[in-house]
Design a protein around this ligand. Sequence first.
Ligand code: ADP
Length: 701
Amino acid sequence: MRLPRGLSRALTRRWGLWGLLVLLVLSMLGTLVWLASRYEISQVQEQLDRDGVDAVNDIRAGLQRNVQALQTLVSLPTQDPSPAAWSREAAELLRGHREWVRIERRDTDLKVLQAADSTFRAPVFSRYGRDISQPEVLAACSVARRQVGPGYSRSNYVSVQDGLGLEVMELCLPQLVNSRLTGYLVISYSLSDTLFRMLPSTLVRRQQVSFTEADGTRLAMQGSLRQGSRIFSTQQLLDLPGHTLVVRVDSWHAAPDLIPNVLPALVTGMAIALVTVLMMLGRDMRRRQRVESDLADALAFRKAMEDSLVTGLRARDLNGRITYVNPAFCEMVGFEPHELLGHGIPAPYWPPEMFAEYGQRQALRLAGNAPPREGVESVFIRKSGERFQVLIFEAPLINAQGKQTGWMSAVLDISAQRRVEELSRASLDRLQATARLAMVGEMASLLSHELNQPLAAIASYATGSLNLLASTQGHHDPAHLTPSLQEAMQRIAQQAQRAGQVIKSVHNFVRRREQAHEPVKPRELLDSVMPLVHLQARKLAVQVRIDCAAGLPPVLCDRTMVEQVLLNLARNAMQAMADIPLAQQTRLLSLRVLPAASNAHQQWLLFEVADVGPGISAEASQQLFTPFFTTKAEGMGLGLSLCRTVVEQHGGYLGHRANTPQGTVFSFTLAVATDAQRHDTQATLPSPDLPSSDKTAATLA
Ligand code: ADP
């Protein structure tokens, strides 16, 4: 995952600081250890130097002591000392000084008068003789003579056996009698034993002490050099009369410890502890970084999830203040996040009329009452003012310490769902209505079939009765019958025939057969329904007014069906006025025919049926043409629906509007017959199934 730039820069800086800190601590630690070890080295070196000086002093003191010890020999009577006495004395001295190899008494020409060898070793000069050391003796004695005191020679290697030998240094003491040189005492020092005898054993146990020449050649040494990573050494000069020896001291406890003493050890320990803590901190930091990175991942994942959600999310604290909203919620309510965040009660998306109810709900929530799990339905208002239904699911918001800090809500916009439900309910209703309509159609078809025969019989019998009446009264011509009786019988025949035609039209309509369209003058249409309209108008005390200009062209229509439409509308209008108190308002039914808006291809006539009844409410007008919608106790609710279907099948339009000052005007349009259609009427006229009254009469006769 790529880290944001700011975060990566902060990380780099943090790592840099850590690196610097570690570097500083390490350099401090290194300097400290280096200084401490340098100090330790200088300490060791100083100690060694001191030891070197001590060794030189010890040797010098030893040599002086020896010179003093030799005074007994020197002060023996110089003139002819008894050889035995000298030998005795010399042997005595040799026993006490193991560093001496040999003592000689020489005359002033350095000729050996008498000699005594140390009994602690084989005589050193027995192999090659004493002459080998003559130059050294000469040198030492010349110093002794010059200085009138002890003179030392440089050392000389004397081989004793094959491969074995020792370095020997000569000491020459002048023997003076009354300030006159009478001879010399020459003492041969074994250098190796000198070191052994004259240095304290503690020194040689810890260090190696040696006599060396100026070029570094070792002459004699004491003590052993242990192996070490570093060897310290010091060289001191042993300045003797006649010769200067170099005393070299090598220390074997040479490698100073890396942690030489308590203070640096303490500091080092602390530094180590510090480094350990730093490492632990570093590890902790790495862990934190990992956690931070995981957290950033989780956050990015959560954000992507929230942004992709179509469910609105909203969090509120315990005071009802909004603390979080996701994009889906903002889109739902139409507010920007900054307009919502921190907003308390009432929320900006609450409809004003719901403030009280929502406030109560909120109070219950704050009192700790959990909302139902299945959610709560509410109404919210968008910023645009549009209200919409939502389903809210709420859950307590618990923080990391397990304490409730508020409520988290998931909000679903269910307005679309509700609309769909409404639509499906309406379509289900329509489906049921259609099913019932289909059944009604079946019944109507059956009835029309069944009623055909009785109606034909009524028409026939009416005509037959007319003929019989005439013949029983001796008149063969029915025209001579009492006019009223004759008219009544004719009306019976006419209405029976009309009923037959209605039934046939309905049958055709239901069966969707080709309907017979013919050009009919509008006035004729009105006239044919007038008798029935008047019949009902009289009963309901309704006045009927007809307004139809004489020169209007004929319309092309299924005459019977259009008559039914007119009759239906007129009947509805009259029924609507039935409850109007006559004292207040005249019940007036107006039937009007007038030219409607037309174009070059088609002319239209407008038929209007107006009443002064109570009018139609907005609610009722929505369902007016829905099958089975009725407000009447006896109504079927099919009239208007059928009327519209008939008008629409003729290519026209059926509508309604409010009448002034009151009532309703139902109107429909019908197409005017073209010239060609007016002259071609016979072809479209169906041959009637129903026997005509004349035919029936003929049959009866
Ligand atoms: P029905 O007459 O059997 O009730 P309709 O389809 O003819 O069925 O009428 C449906 C409803 O329309 C009536 O019940 C009535 O409430 C209303 N209606 C129809 N015509 C008018 C009118 N002229 N004035 C007021 N209401 C009317």
